[in-house]
Design a protein around this ligand. Sequence first.
Ligand code: ADP
Ligand code: MG
Length: 564
Amino acid sequence: EAHKESHGFQTEAKQLLHLMIHSLYSNKEIFLRELVSNASDAADKLRFEALSKPELLADDPDLRIRIEFDKDEGTLSITDNGIGMSREEVVENLGTIARSGTAAFMQQLTGDQKKDAHLIGQFGVGFYSAFIVADKVEVFTRRAGLGAEQGVHWECHGEAEYTVETVEWPNRGTRVVLHLKDDAKEFADGWRLRSIIKKYSDHIAIPVEMPKESTGEGDDKAEQTPEFEAVNAAQALWTRPRSEIKSEEYKEFYKHVTHDFDDPLTWSHNRVEGKLDYTSLLYIPGRAPFDLYQREAARGLKLYVQRTFIMDDAEQFLPLYLRFVKGVLDSNDLPLNVSREILQKDRNTEAIKSALTKRVLDMLDKLAKKDVDQYQKFWDLFGNVMKEGPAEDYANRDKIAKLLRFSTTHTDEPVQNQSLEDYVGRMKDGQKYIYYVCADNFATAKSSPYLEVFRKKGIEVLLLTDHVDEWFVGHMHEFDGKPFQDVAKGALDLGDAETEEDKAEREKLEKEAGALVERVKAVLEGRVEEVRATTRLVDSPACLVVSEQDMGPQMRRILEQAGQ
Ligand code: ADP
Ligand code: MG
């Protein structure tokens, strides 16, 4: 059992490691953020397990993280007294970078180091950032609840393999030892480390300690136990008053919670007291996760109960169409022993969900009003998910509708940046409907023959080209009292926007074309329901129209793809 084993990384993992080491080179210092973040997670996990097994904490109840360095040796260590890992867990957690997302990730790589570096953060390869600055990484760890003889020593040189060995280890928790590369020796420096901790890890809820700076004179090396002092604020960020938290702190906290490397687009931090008592800190990410459309993808908030970490990915507090939202919920109403099953039944869950949903919709509304560019970024990333909203959350349909953005004939640009309010503001006198055309892509939509008469009359039409669109308008029904109308469906009714002149023209045409219509009808007998003369075409001689009750072509294709 105690024997030393060598394990090889999988090919993909090797590639990833290589990329990691080389592409994050320009921002080396983030390794510390990642390792401190892991240590903090380990403390959270221990506290959670200790809820049912208090003995796990008993002999060493003050959770903390310690950072030490040795300038002469060129080493740096990060030590926590958190949950630790068993031998099995070490192999599982540190030996397989190839978690579920890795293959998908490798396919997305562009070869552009800067872009690729941004992709890395999503895949939870945080630990491996140690290799940005170290050519050898050692981990000493002992799982809470296991004896000293069940310590584990893991070692890796950042290449194809690593070793694991069972060793004596006196303390619960994990120590990561970095043997710094020649060009990273700068990190074995107290001042530098303190400033990095302040910058990235101030929000960590437990103390991040370093040895007290020596006072020079009288200080002798024989001193056995250095005194430690906290370098960070050591208070859970969301428990602090909003007015005292800097943007930078919110952004760093976001990165800690999400494992994202980029900044969020916006956030909303709220303390609620009264019937419900909770604090939420919700973020809109600045990037869509690769698995946004995968059903089993992890989503949801980090759940705390009275500041004790309970679980990651608590998905019960937000609807599916807001699954991109990240953040923290700290509740004082839920029981500490809450599980996913209990959550589903707890009546507070629904109430919090409904409040948080409104909170997110308001946050987006604010962003849309305050910063058009940022909002556009949001829409380009998550607009398609938001369009699932009207179907899932009928009650908030109006709020959601205001947040939607479309491509329309007003701009004739593929970018979706026109709101329904914009559209309604431009409606012609007497226009009753919000017109739309559905097509597979923008070019087809834009040149659709159905649009001819609308263009001629200057009536705006939404150009819908996303898969979800037809389904979405089906649930939207109307906006501001104006029903949605597919221009390709049924008889063309321009409402009162049809002038007397138009009407006369239509009637004249119907009379003139009567004979032709009869002949076409005869030829197409059994293949079409009806043949009609129409004023809806300007340049094209004829077009196919489906009746009002029929599925549109997009919907038909979706069902066909689904094998219906
Ligand atoms: P992530 O933090 O996103 O899960 P990492 O690559 O940072 O990914 O860490 C991988 C895993 O290794 C963690 O999920 C955890 O299980 C384990 N781990 C890393 N550092 C520690 C630590 N200090 N204590 C206990 N487990 C750890
Ligand atoms: Mg991590």
